[in-house]
Design a protein. Structure first.
Ligand code: SAM
Length: 234
Protein backbone atom coordinates (compact mmCIF):
# COMPACT_ATOMS: atom_id res chain seq x y z
CA UNK A 1 0.00 0.00 0.00
CA UNK A 2 1.42 3.42 -0.98
CA UNK A 3 1.44 6.06 1.80
CA UNK A 4 2.36 9.59 0.77
CA UNK A 5 4.08 10.34 4.07
CA UNK A 6 7.45 10.03 5.78
CA UNK A 7 7.51 6.72 7.69
CA UNK A 8 8.90 5.95 11.15
CA UNK A 9 8.52 3.15 13.69
CA UNK A 10 5.47 3.56 15.97
CA UNK A 11 3.88 6.19 13.75
CA UNK A 12 0.08 6.11 13.37
CA UNK A 13 -1.25 6.75 9.84
CA UNK A 14 -4.90 7.54 9.05
CA UNK A 15 -5.90 6.08 5.67
CA UNK A 16 -7.91 7.96 3.08
CA UNK A 17 -11.42 6.63 2.30
CA UNK A 18 -10.05 5.22 -0.99
CA UNK A 19 -7.22 3.40 0.80
CA UNK A 20 -9.67 2.18 3.46
CA UNK A 21 -11.94 0.79 0.76
CA UNK A 22 -8.98 -0.84 -1.01
CA UNK A 23 -7.62 -2.46 2.18
CA UNK A 24 -10.92 -3.43 3.82
CA UNK A 25 -13.28 -3.76 0.87
CA UNK A 26 -11.00 -5.11 -1.85
CA UNK A 27 -8.21 -6.83 0.08
CA UNK A 28 -10.62 -7.90 2.90
CA UNK A 29 -8.07 -7.01 5.58
CA UNK A 30 -9.29 -6.46 9.17
CA UNK A 31 -7.92 -4.97 12.38
CA UNK A 32 -4.90 -6.96 13.58
CA UNK A 33 -3.81 -7.90 10.07
CA UNK A 34 -0.41 -6.74 8.86
CA UNK A 35 0.22 -4.93 5.57
CA UNK A 36 3.33 -3.90 3.63
CA UNK A 37 3.53 -0.16 3.00
CA UNK A 38 5.92 2.12 1.07
CA UNK A 39 6.20 5.82 0.33
CA UNK A 40 8.34 5.62 -2.80
CA UNK A 41 11.49 6.90 -1.13
CA UNK A 42 12.28 4.87 2.01
CA UNK A 43 11.97 1.24 1.02
CA UNK A 44 9.31 -1.12 2.36
CA UNK A 45 7.79 -1.16 5.87
CA UNK A 46 5.60 -3.53 7.89
CA UNK A 47 2.45 -2.03 9.47
CA UNK A 48 -0.45 -3.41 11.50
CA UNK A 49 -4.07 -2.37 11.05
CA UNK A 50 -5.18 -0.85 14.36
CA UNK A 51 -8.63 0.31 13.22
CA UNK A 52 -10.62 -0.99 10.22
CA UNK A 53 -14.11 0.49 9.77
CA UNK A 54 -16.16 1.00 6.59
CA UNK A 55 -15.02 4.57 6.08
CA UNK A 56 -12.01 4.85 8.35
CA UNK A 57 -8.82 2.89 8.99
CA UNK A 58 -5.63 3.51 10.90
CA UNK A 59 -2.24 1.77 10.65
CA UNK A 60 0.65 1.63 13.08
CA UNK A 61 4.06 1.48 11.41
CA UNK A 62 6.10 -1.40 12.88
CA UNK A 63 9.49 -1.57 11.11
CA UNK A 64 11.33 -1.08 7.85
CA UNK A 65 11.59 -4.46 6.14
CA UNK A 66 13.50 -3.54 2.98
CA UNK A 67 15.85 -0.65 2.25
CA UNK A 68 15.15 1.73 -0.60
CA UNK A 69 16.79 0.17 -3.64
CA UNK A 70 16.52 3.02 -6.10
CA UNK A 71 17.00 2.09 -9.76
CA UNK A 72 20.03 3.38 -11.64
CA UNK A 73 19.76 7.15 -11.94
CA UNK A 74 18.10 6.93 -15.37
CA UNK A 75 15.83 9.70 -16.67
CA UNK A 76 13.27 9.20 -19.41
CA UNK A 77 12.55 12.35 -21.37
CA UNK A 78 9.70 12.14 -23.84
CA UNK A 79 7.47 14.39 -25.89
CA UNK A 80 3.93 14.00 -24.51
CA UNK A 81 1.50 12.34 -26.88
CA UNK A 82 -2.17 11.35 -26.58
CA UNK A 83 -3.26 10.78 -22.96
CA UNK A 84 -3.61 6.99 -22.99
CA UNK A 85 -0.26 6.55 -24.69
CA UNK A 86 1.44 9.00 -22.33
CA UNK A 87 0.01 6.94 -19.44
CA UNK A 88 1.57 3.87 -21.08
CA UNK A 89 4.97 5.60 -21.27
CA UNK A 90 4.84 6.56 -17.57
CA UNK A 91 3.81 3.02 -16.62
CA UNK A 92 6.59 1.34 -18.63
CA UNK A 93 9.23 3.84 -17.47
CA UNK A 94 8.24 3.02 -13.87
CA UNK A 95 8.20 -0.75 -14.38
CA UNK A 96 11.52 -0.63 -16.25
CA UNK A 97 13.25 1.32 -13.48
CA UNK A 98 13.51 4.99 -14.40
CA UNK A 99 14.31 7.41 -11.59
CA UNK A 100 12.72 10.48 -13.22
CA UNK A 101 10.20 10.99 -16.01
CA UNK A 102 10.51 14.34 -17.79
CA UNK A 103 7.94 15.46 -20.41
CA UNK A 104 9.75 17.57 -23.08
CA UNK A 105 7.97 20.00 -25.44
CA UNK A 106 9.52 19.85 -28.90
CA UNK A 107 8.54 21.62 -32.15
CA UNK A 108 6.12 18.89 -33.28
CA UNK A 109 4.78 17.92 -29.85
CA UNK A 110 1.01 17.78 -30.15
CA UNK A 111 -0.02 17.42 -26.49
CA UNK A 112 1.26 20.60 -24.85
CA UNK A 113 -0.82 20.24 -21.68
CA UNK A 114 0.27 17.50 -19.29
CA UNK A 115 -1.51 16.66 -16.03
CA UNK A 116 1.60 15.96 -13.94
CA UNK A 117 -0.42 15.08 -10.81
CA UNK A 118 -2.37 12.48 -12.74
CA UNK A 119 0.80 11.04 -14.29
CA UNK A 120 2.47 10.95 -10.87
CA UNK A 121 -0.49 8.96 -9.51
CA UNK A 122 -0.08 6.62 -12.50
CA UNK A 123 3.56 6.09 -11.59
CA UNK A 124 2.52 5.20 -8.02
CA UNK A 125 0.02 2.65 -9.32
CA UNK A 126 2.63 1.16 -11.65
CA UNK A 127 5.15 0.92 -8.79
CA UNK A 128 2.54 -0.77 -6.55
CA UNK A 129 1.55 -3.15 -9.32
CA UNK A 130 5.12 -4.27 -10.00
CA UNK A 131 5.93 -4.64 -6.30
CA UNK A 132 8.46 -1.85 -6.46
CA UNK A 133 9.03 0.48 -3.56
CA UNK A 134 10.58 3.25 -5.65
CA UNK A 135 8.30 5.76 -7.36
CA UNK A 136 9.94 7.86 -10.10
CA UNK A 137 9.33 11.59 -10.02
CA UNK A 138 7.21 12.91 -12.90
CA UNK A 139 8.51 16.42 -13.62
CA UNK A 140 6.76 19.46 -15.10
CA UNK A 141 7.07 19.69 -18.91
CA UNK A 142 10.04 21.70 -20.16
CA UNK A 143 10.87 23.03 -23.65
CA UNK A 144 13.63 21.12 -25.45
CA UNK A 145 15.78 24.20 -26.06
CA UNK A 146 15.52 25.22 -22.39
CA UNK A 147 16.42 21.71 -21.35
CA UNK A 148 19.47 21.61 -23.63
CA UNK A 149 20.38 25.14 -22.57
CA UNK A 150 21.16 24.04 -19.03
CA UNK A 151 21.88 20.37 -19.53
CA UNK A 152 23.72 18.85 -16.49
CA UNK A 153 27.34 18.36 -17.63
CA UNK A 154 27.66 14.98 -15.88
CA UNK A 155 24.60 13.40 -17.43
CA UNK A 156 24.88 11.49 -20.73
CA UNK A 157 21.96 11.58 -23.17
CA UNK A 158 20.90 8.64 -25.34
CA UNK A 159 19.02 10.33 -28.18
CA UNK A 160 16.55 8.07 -30.03
CA UNK A 161 17.31 9.32 -33.52
CA UNK A 162 15.18 7.80 -36.23
CA UNK A 163 17.63 8.96 -38.88
CA UNK A 164 19.48 6.15 -40.62
CA UNK A 165 22.90 7.45 -39.49
CA UNK A 166 22.66 6.47 -35.81
CA UNK A 167 24.29 3.33 -34.40
CA UNK A 168 22.33 0.50 -32.72
CA UNK A 169 22.19 0.89 -28.93
CA UNK A 170 24.65 -1.90 -28.08
CA UNK A 171 27.28 -0.46 -30.40
CA UNK A 172 26.61 3.17 -29.49
CA UNK A 173 26.81 2.52 -25.73
CA UNK A 174 29.77 0.12 -25.87
CA UNK A 175 32.51 1.76 -23.82
CA UNK A 176 30.27 4.80 -23.26
CA UNK A 177 31.23 4.61 -19.60
CA UNK A 178 29.31 5.21 -16.41
CA UNK A 179 27.68 8.29 -15.05
CA UNK A 180 23.98 9.09 -14.88
CA UNK A 181 22.07 8.83 -18.16
CA UNK A 182 18.91 10.16 -19.78
CA UNK A 183 16.97 8.81 -22.75
CA UNK A 184 15.15 11.16 -25.15
CA UNK A 185 12.23 10.09 -27.36
CA UNK A 186 10.42 12.41 -29.77
CA UNK A 187 6.72 12.97 -30.52
CA UNK A 188 4.61 11.17 -33.09
CA UNK A 189 5.70 13.82 -35.59
CA UNK A 190 9.36 13.20 -34.81
CA UNK A 191 12.05 15.81 -34.16
CA UNK A 192 12.42 18.85 -36.42
CA UNK A 193 15.58 18.55 -38.50
CA UNK A 194 17.27 21.45 -36.70
CA UNK A 195 16.40 19.89 -33.31
CA UNK A 196 17.95 16.58 -34.38
CA UNK A 197 21.03 18.31 -35.81
CA UNK A 198 21.48 20.29 -32.60
CA UNK A 199 21.16 17.14 -30.47
CA UNK A 200 23.69 15.25 -32.57
CA UNK A 201 26.19 18.08 -32.18
CA UNK A 202 26.12 18.20 -28.35
CA UNK A 203 29.18 16.47 -26.83
CA UNK A 204 28.06 13.59 -24.62
CA UNK A 205 24.85 13.02 -26.61
CA UNK A 206 24.74 9.51 -28.06
CA UNK A 207 22.32 9.17 -31.02
CA UNK A 208 20.99 5.59 -31.33
CA UNK A 209 18.74 3.74 -33.71
CA UNK A 210 16.11 1.34 -32.35
CA UNK A 211 16.04 -0.63 -35.58
CA UNK A 212 14.90 -0.27 -39.20
CA UNK A 213 11.23 0.36 -38.44
CA UNK A 214 9.73 3.64 -37.22
CA UNK A 215 8.27 2.82 -33.79
CA UNK A 216 5.37 4.65 -32.18
CA UNK A 217 6.68 7.04 -29.51
CA UNK A 218 5.40 4.86 -26.67
CA UNK A 219 6.90 1.71 -28.19
CA UNK A 220 10.18 3.59 -28.71
CA UNK A 221 10.28 4.68 -25.06
CA UNK A 222 9.83 1.14 -23.74
CA UNK A 223 12.27 -0.30 -26.29
CA UNK A 224 14.91 2.35 -25.60
CA UNK A 225 14.79 1.90 -21.81
CA UNK A 226 15.00 -1.88 -22.18
CA UNK A 227 17.92 -1.61 -24.60
CA UNK A 228 19.72 0.82 -22.24
CA UNK A 229 19.08 -1.44 -19.21
CA UNK A 230 20.55 -4.40 -21.12
CA UNK A 231 23.75 -2.44 -21.73
CA UNK A 232 24.21 -0.27 -18.66
CA UNK A 233 21.48 -1.27 -16.18
CA UNK A 234 22.32 -2.87 -12.85
N1 SAM B 1 9.46 11.19 -37.47
C1 SAM B 1 9.04 9.79 -37.47
C2 SAM B 1 8.57 9.41 -38.85
O1 SAM B 1 9.37 9.60 -39.74
O2 SAM B 1 7.45 8.95 -39.01
C3 SAM B 1 8.00 9.53 -36.42
C4 SAM B 1 8.55 9.70 -35.03
S1 SAM B 1 8.37 8.27 -34.05
C5 SAM B 1 6.69 7.96 -34.14
C6 SAM B 1 8.50 8.93 -32.40
C7 SAM B 1 9.88 8.94 -31.81
O3 SAM B 1 10.25 7.60 -31.48
C8 SAM B 1 11.00 9.46 -32.67
O4 SAM B 1 11.12 10.86 -32.60
C9 SAM B 1 12.22 8.77 -32.06
O5 SAM B 1 12.67 9.48 -30.92
C10 SAM B 1 11.65 7.43 -31.65
N2 SAM B 1 11.85 6.38 -32.65
C11 SAM B 1 10.89 5.74 -33.37
N3 SAM B 1 11.44 4.80 -34.17
C12 SAM B 1 12.80 4.87 -33.96
C13 SAM B 1 13.92 4.16 -34.48
N4 SAM B 1 13.77 3.19 -35.37
N5 SAM B 1 15.15 4.50 -34.05
C14 SAM B 1 15.32 5.50 -33.15
N6 SAM B 1 14.30 6.20 -32.60
C15 SAM B 1 13.05 5.88 -33.01
Amino acid sequence: LFLDAALSVGQMVELTPAQTHYLGGVMRRAAGHEVAVFNGRDGEWRAVIEVMEKKRARLRILEQTAPQLGPPDLWLMFAPIKKARTDFIVEKATELGCARIQPVLTRFTNAERVRVDRLQAHAVEAAEQCGGTFVPEVAEPVRLDRLLGDWPADRRLMFCDEARTALPVAEALAGAGGGPWAILVGPEGGFASDEAARLRAIPGVVPVTLGPRILRADTAAAAAITAWQMQLGD
